[in-house]
Design a protein around this ligand. Sequence first.
Ligand code: 5IU
Length: 270
Amino acid sequence: MSQTKKSYSERSKTHPAAIGRRLLAIMAAKQSNLCISVDLTSPSQILALIDELGPKVCLVKTHIDIITFTTPDSITAFTTSLQSLATHHNFLIFEDRKFADIGSTVQHQYRGGIYRIASWAHITNAHAIPGEGIIQGLRAVAHEHPDVDRGLLMLGEMSSKGSLGGGEYLAKTVAMARGYADFVVGFIAQGAVERAGEGEDFVVMTPGVKLERGGDGLGQQYNTPDDVVGERGSDVIIVGRGIIKAQDPVEEAEKYRRAGWEAYERRLAN
Ligand code: 5IU
């Protein structure tokens, strides 16, 4: 059976990566395929908003390097609070780091520096442009944390106008990831990728989502939850400004959660 026709619940039992199983189980339990992208710069505002939106989402996406931290301690305080919110509201944390260097360098970037991403982010992502050494490097760091599940999304296609991804690039990215099924949970793409074979499962996440199609004047292109989940077979919608800039972000998040979930249910039924 095509993966797009299988329920998240069914896939949560068979996904080859532990973090993939966990994410799919959360999606099924919370009836949410919504990932919120909290692109704000104040740590306290981010945490307050995540506390409100937590019940609606399966995943919270961060850009740790856009946040205004005053001291190194405040970084740790933030990531500790974020982890507590993740446990409390049952969501996973996705640091949208977009690693893009050789294996040896990304190991340092993932493990160390001031952000120590591997210590708090369940999922991060990487470009395929350097070749598979980037996956090997990141996976080795993830294995330094044997007590916690870690996963990677490979960037196969971006939402922005003129993206060099998609098509053959995406297909090559999928081929590159195939040998790392215990760590590469899936892909960032605009819709279903070349579908997984026996024993494989690719969780596809799509940014560039709003309730109305359009753009942002800087290359971002928006499609609707129904376009990406219902029509194109993606699994998770990633929404930033559509929710965080709304008058009532909680009410708006509920609209996106419902739209994403209904698109998924229609996809299963059709
Ligand atoms: N993001 C994209 N497109 C991509 C990838 C990541 O927009 O292809 I990969 C990020 C950028 C931003 C969020 O953090 O997803 C989308 O925010 P808006 O929904 O506000 O456009």
